[in-house]
Ligand binder design. Structure first.
Ligand SMILES: *[C@@H]1O[C@H](CO)[C@@H](O)[C@H](O)[C@H]1NC(C)=O
Ligand SMILES: *[C@@H]1O[C@H](CO)[C@@H](O)[C@H](O)[C@H]1NC(C)=O
Ligand SMILES: *[C@@H]1O[C@H](CO)[C@@H](O)[C@H](O)[C@H]1NC(C)=O
Ligand SMILES: *[C@@H]1O[C@H](CO)[C@@H](O)[C@H](O)[C@H]1NC(C)=O
Ligand SMILES: *[C@@H]1O[C@H](CO)[C@@H](O)[C@H](O)[C@H]1NC(C)=O
Ligand SMILES: *[C@@H]1O[C@H](CO)[C@@H](O)[C@H](O)[C@H]1NC(C)=O
Ligand SMILES: CC(=O)N[C@H]1CO[C@H](CO)[C@@H](O)[C@@H]1O
Length: 238
């Protein structure tokens, strides 16, 4: 508005001035006027330029302002996100730490229990190592000697003396049938066979004709039983 007023004043002044002066002056004035107009135009252009720049600046300022707000928001968001993340990590870490602590405690308990078990085992082992020889000895002496051996050949010679006879009564009889055999002879040696016996049947009682009786027992190379037992009686010969 100010600039418009200036232009108006200058054009008014020039018209008045031209009417009262010579041609020479008029020329000079015209030149001046031209200059002024040019100057005004320059100023005008400058003003526009300036205005443009101001507007541009303002736009730029608004832009910058927006950018600033955007960055601020971004920063705020990042800050919030990071805080949340950190809380989360803190929670997670605490939880893991507690778990670790629990595991540690459990492991400790197990270790103690394990070491106790180990100690007990050690004691038991030592006790065992003391007792083992005893047991072995026990087992050695505790042999079942009620069975006859393989490949046995035994003879019994019975003499009840002059004027007497021998009565033989089997009380137990268990041998391997046909292979482990008892022979009974009515003589001083293996000459007069009275009977041969094997298996589970108890042989009948036997009486010799004289003072002698002869018995043999042979076993083969396998299968063992309890064998036999018998009572021998001296009886008066009639
Ligand atoms: C971890 O366990 C120990 C004992 O085992 C206890 O003294 C300590 O307070 C525990 N720490 C946490 C964080 O639970
Ligand atoms: C077992 O016990 C004996 C004596 O009590 C000790 O010398 C030995 O080191 C123990 N062994 C172990 C594996 O603990
Ligand atoms: C003796 O040895 C037998 C096996 O040969 C076994 O079954 C038994 O338990 C042992 N007895 C003892 C007192 O060690
Ligand atoms: C001894 O042997 C007999 C006959 O084979 C059997 O019946 C008995 O049980 C045995 N005794 C022992 C202590 O092994
Ligand atoms: C047992 O008697 C038989 C028959 O007389 C004889 O051949 C054998 O050599 C005798 N065995 C023993 C061990 O005396
Ligand atoms: C033989 O038999 C009698 C009874 O008939 C019995 O008392 C005894 O124990 C038996 N002996 C053996 C060594 O088996
Ligand atoms: C009145 C006046 O100023 N006249 C001037 C016009 O311009 C010429 C040359 O530019 C001058 O010599 C005059 O004096």
């Amino acid at each position: 508005m100010q600039l418009v007023l200036v232009i108006f004043f200058v054009s008014c002044y020039c018209t008045k001035y031209v009417s009262g002066v010579t041609t020479q002056s008029s020329e000079n004035v015209t030149v001046k006027e031209k200059d002024t107009i040019e100057e005004v135009n320059v100023i005008k252009n400058n003003y526009h330029e300036l205005l443009k720049r101001v507007i541009n600046n303002e736009i730029e300022i608004v832009d910058l302002k927006n950018q600033k707000q955007y960055l601020k928001n971004d920063l705020e968001n990042t800050k919030r996100y990071m805080t949340c993340q950190m809380e989360d990590i803190k929670d997670f870490t605490e939880e893991k730490y507690n778990n670790l602590n629990e595991t540690k405690a459990a492991l400790m308990k197990t270790m103690i229990s394990f070491s106790q078990s180990l100690k007990l085992l050690n004691e038991t082992m030592q006790e065992l190592s003391y007792r083992q020889p005893e047991k072995c000895e026990e087992n050695k002496t505790e042999c079942n000697c009620t069975e006859y051996s393989n490949n046995l050949a035994k003879n019994w010679s019975i003499d009840v003396g002059s004027g007497y006879r021998v009565e033989l009564q089997f009380t137990n009889f268990t041998t391997e049938l046909k292979y482990d055999v008892v022979m009974v002879y009515d003589a001083v040696d293996a000459t007069d066979l009275m009977g041969s016996f094997s298996g589970d049947d108890l042989p009948p009682p036997m009486i010799s004709t004289g003072r002698y009786m002869f018995l043999t027992f042979t076993s083969d190379n396998n299968v063992q039983y309890t064998g036999f037992s018998a009572n021998v009686y001296k009886i008066t010969s009639t």
